[in-house]
Each structure stands twice: as structure tokens, then as C-alpha cells.
Design a protein around this ligand. Structure first.
Ligand code: SF4
Ligand code: SF4
Length: 427
């Protein structure tokens, strides 16, 4: 085992005072009611492994994978234990020592080759009706038959793949006469292939603020699903491809519309390149000018020529935006700035929705149990729309609302801003 990894574990384990505060915030623990799934229990397992009391068993691997990586334990820990880092390192170690599942190996190889990934999703969009049937009143589909290998049962709703990916609809540069600023847009996979309307809205809102937008065609998946599964080697490859695609652009900022992509650009690229002398400085430099879109808009002199939108809305905090980047006020301020909007805070808005990357595919029933609480909070508010800043949360909440028979649309916050500008004829 590397000395670096051992030091991380030993330092963090030494800080844990075993107080159990993490039990009160861990959604997984609250669902399964088993100490070995909460941060304190997981830390004890890592400690037991380091002290040769247990081996790298399947049980240990399962405890590590059954985690939303929601950072709720990290944020609430009175001793400042970086639980997220401990678990990430253990996932990486498990992947190195025991290998990944066949499904993950195949999926990550596929993600690694941008052109093949792009082609297969376009192909999939064309033929998705053969495997998934459309629903009359929703933008979503349900599988015609169970697909356990992909984690799909016949009752879960998944969003329709877009006919055209976002990046194929956008020119590499959306030019503006006399631009005030120039930014690069990191689209993320979900906005590119599933919710391109969010990406188009983001570009429109930037245009409405006289900002030129560069969308590099060679950008890639941020690698989050890959490196959080423990495959740092493939993750590093994608991170480096992204850094290369963005490093020579003459831009004032890099803007992400995706919470996980944003936290990756700001922090996680550096974490997984920690021992890479060549690319780590590039990751650090670009992190300094990386922003989530709501954060970026809160820092500029925003065009406040908003049109009226008469809607009742509520907002769900994505873990990777709230705890990952410390952004919760900015999207709320933007929403409240729109005339006609009635904003109602849902209870426990910052609780994880249960998506957790591939967690909802591997542990659908637990993720449903967690999501039911989110749906209950939404149902109490009775909004016209649920807003959020993460496409993965959006997908999982859409499924939860469908399972509960609630027909409430979920949108990215930026879509509401674009709607308001459109009403005023600004864009
Ligand atoms: S809250 Fe922090 S210190 Fe307390 S048991 Fe959990 S990880 Fe350890
Ligand atoms: S990251 Fe979230 S799910 Fe994982 S142990 Fe911590 S609180 Fe529980």
C-alpha cells in the first residue's frame, strides 16, 4: 500500500472521537439501521483492516460501496474527519486489489473513448423506444422489461435521451458584440445527452448578460462516476483530457451547470492528480477560475431585466453543490429575484435525494427509501416546479415523484432564469 494512502487513513482515523454525530445525518444508516454503514462504522472497518484484524472481504467492499458520497458526515463531523477522503481512498484501494465488477469495467472503458461514447448515445437515442416505452404525460420512459445489469426495473422512470446532444447544437463559440466577459462552458454528460434544454438555457442566460460562451468540443465526462468507484487510473485519463481541452482557452472563467462537474473542477481533479507533478499545477490553476453557474451569476453585475413568472417553486440542494462547493444561498437569491415567483422552502432541502451517482443503480430500494422523504417534503409544499442544480438529482427526484403519483416537473434553476429573460424579450 502507498505511504501516502496509509498516512491519509492514519491521520483521519486518529481524529475520529467515535462520537456518532454522523449517525444523525447519514441517510443510508437511517434506512438500513446498521452501524457498519455509517461513517463511524466504516472508519472502524478501515481501522480494523489497517491493524490486520480483517481482510479485504466482499463485506468490506459492500460497506464502502453502499455510501452516497453525500458528504453529510464530513460536514457534520465535530472533529473535522475527512470521511469522504477515507472512503474514496478505500474504494480506490479495493479497485486496485480486487478489481472492478465486469459491468463497471465495461462502462468505464466505454466512457473513456469520447467518440464511441458519443456515437453509442446518439444511436441509443434513436432506438430507445425499442427498450423503453414513453409515458404520455411525462418527459421520461420506463423499461419494457427489467434490465438488472443496468439497475433498471420495470417501474423506474428514466429520462428520454435527447435526439441531439447539447454540444452538437452549440457552436464552439457563441459570439457576442462587445462581450463583457468570455467564459468556457463545461456541460457534463447529463446536460449533454439527457437535459440539453438546461445547457441551452445556461448559454442564453450568459448571452443575456453579454458574455461570450466557449464550449470546447473535446471536453469529456468529468470522470466522477469513474474515480468515485475507485478507478483512479481511468479517472485520471479523463481529467487530463478535460484539463488539456480547457487549459489554453483565453477565458475569464470556467462555468459548470452540473454540481458534480463543478466540485470535480474545483477539488476532485486535484485530489486524484495529487501525485502528478505535470498536471496538478494545471488543475490548481483552472480550479481558481471554476464556478457553478449560480455562483458565477451571483458574482457578476446581473442583468435584472427579468420578466414575470407566476409560479410557486421550491428548491432541492444537491449535495455536491451545497456541501461540495458551499453553494446554497446563490441559487435561492437568483430564484427570488424573479418577479412573480413564490418561493417556498421545503423541509430538509439539503438532505440527499438518494441518487448518489451509481448508488441508485446498485441499491435502488435503499435509494427509493431515501428519496421518499424528499418526495414527501416536496409534496408538502405543493409547488408548480421543483428546482435544483444537478441533473442527477433531477433524474432521481423525477423518478420519485412518478413513483408517488405526483406530476410535478423538476427543472434546473437556470431554466427558470432563461424563461424569465425570454418573457421580457431579453433573449
Ligand atoms: S462524527 Fe466524526 S468524529 Fe464522530 S464518529 Fe463520525 S466520523 Fe468519528
Ligand atoms: S457520505 Fe453520506 S451516505 Fe456515506 S457515510 Fe457519509 S453520510 Fe452516510
Amino acid at each position: 500500500m502507498s505511504k501516502h494512502r496509509q498516512e491519509i487513513w492514519e491521520n483521519e482515523l486518529a481524529k475520529c472521537i467515535k462520537c456518532g454525530t454522523c449517525r444523525s445525518v447519514c441517510q443510508v444508516f437511517q434506512s438500513v439501521d446498521d452501524e457498519s454503514y455509517v461513517a463511524r462504522g466504516k472508519m472502524r472497518l478501515v481501522d480494523a483492516y489497517l491493524n490486520n484484524k480483517i481482510n479485504l472481504t466482499d463485506g468490506l467492499a459492500q460497506r464502502m460501496s453502499m455510501c452516497l458520497m453525500c458528504k453529510a458526515c464530513t460536514a457534520s463531523c465535530p472533529s473535522g474527519v475527512k470521511t469522504d477522503r477515507v472512503f474514496l481512498e478505500m474504494r480506490n484501494y479495493l479497485a486496485e486489489e480486487k478489481g472492478l465488477s465486469k459491468v463497471k469495467r465495461m462502462a468505464f472503458t466505454w466512457l473513456k473513448y469520447r467518440n464511441i461514447f458519443d456515437f453509442s448515445l446518439r444511436f441509443g437515442a434513436f432506438f430507445q423506444g425499442l427498450v423503453f416505452k414513453g409515458l404520455p404525460d411525462r418527459n421520461g420512459r420506463i423499461p419494457r422489461f427489467p434490465i438488472p445489469v443496468a439497475g433498471f426495473n420495470q417501474r423506474r422512470i428514466i429520462p428520454t435521451l435527447a435526439k441531439r446532444p447539447l454540444r452538437s447544437m452549440l457552436p464552439e463559440v457563441v459570439k457576442i458584440d462587445k462581450p463583457k466577459m468570455r467564459v468556457a462552458f463545461f456541460t457534463g454528460c447529463m446536460m449533454n445527452y439527457v437535459y440539453p434544454e438546461s445547457g441551452l438555457a445556461l448559454v442564453d442566460v450568459l448571452r443575456a448578460n453579454d458574455i461570450e460562451v466557449v464550449t470546447p468540443k473535446k471536453q469529456q465526462c468529468c470522470g466522477t462516476p469513474i474515480f468515485t468507484s475507485g478507478d483512479f487510473k481511468t479517472g485520471r485519463l479523463l481529467v487530463k483530457q478535460n484539463l488539456t481541452a480547457f487549459c489554453d482557452l483565453d477565458v475569464d472563467a470556467i462555468v459548470a451547470g452540473c454540481a458534480s462537474g463543478g466540485v470535480a473542477w474545483k477539488h476532485e481533479f486535484q485530489t486524484i492528480l495529487e501525485e502528478d507533478d505535470e498536471m496538478l499545477p494545471v488543475a490548481k490553476k483552472l480550479a481558481e477560475k471554476s464556478y457553478d453557474i449560480s455562483e458565477f451569476l451571483s458574482k457578476i453585475e446581473l442583468n435584472n431585466n427579468f420578466g414575470r413568472v407566476e409560479k410557486t417553486v421550491t428548491y432541492h440542494d444537491p449535495c455536491h453543490l451545497n456541501r461540495g462547493q458551499g453553494i446554497s444561498k446563490e441559487p435561492r437569491d437568483l430564484i427570488k429575484a424573479i418577479p412573480g415567483i413564490k418561493f417556498i422552502e421545503m423541509s430538509h432541502a439539503d438532505n440527499c435525494c438518494g441518487s448518489g451517482g451509481s448508488f441508485n443503480l446498485s441499491y435502488y430500494e435503499v435509494s427509493r427509501d431515501i428519496n421518499n422523504k424528499k418526495v414527501k417534503s416536496i409534496g408538502e409544499v405543493k409547488p408548480d416546479i421543483v428546482l435544483t442544480g444537478c441533473s442527477a438529482c433531477r433524474m432521481h427526484i423525477e423518478d420519485g415523484l412518478f413513483q408517488s403519483g405526483l406530476n410535478i416537473p423538476v427543472r434546473h434553476t437556470i431554466e427558470l432564469l432563461a424563461e424569465s429573460y425570454r418573457k421580457q424579450g431579453v433573449i
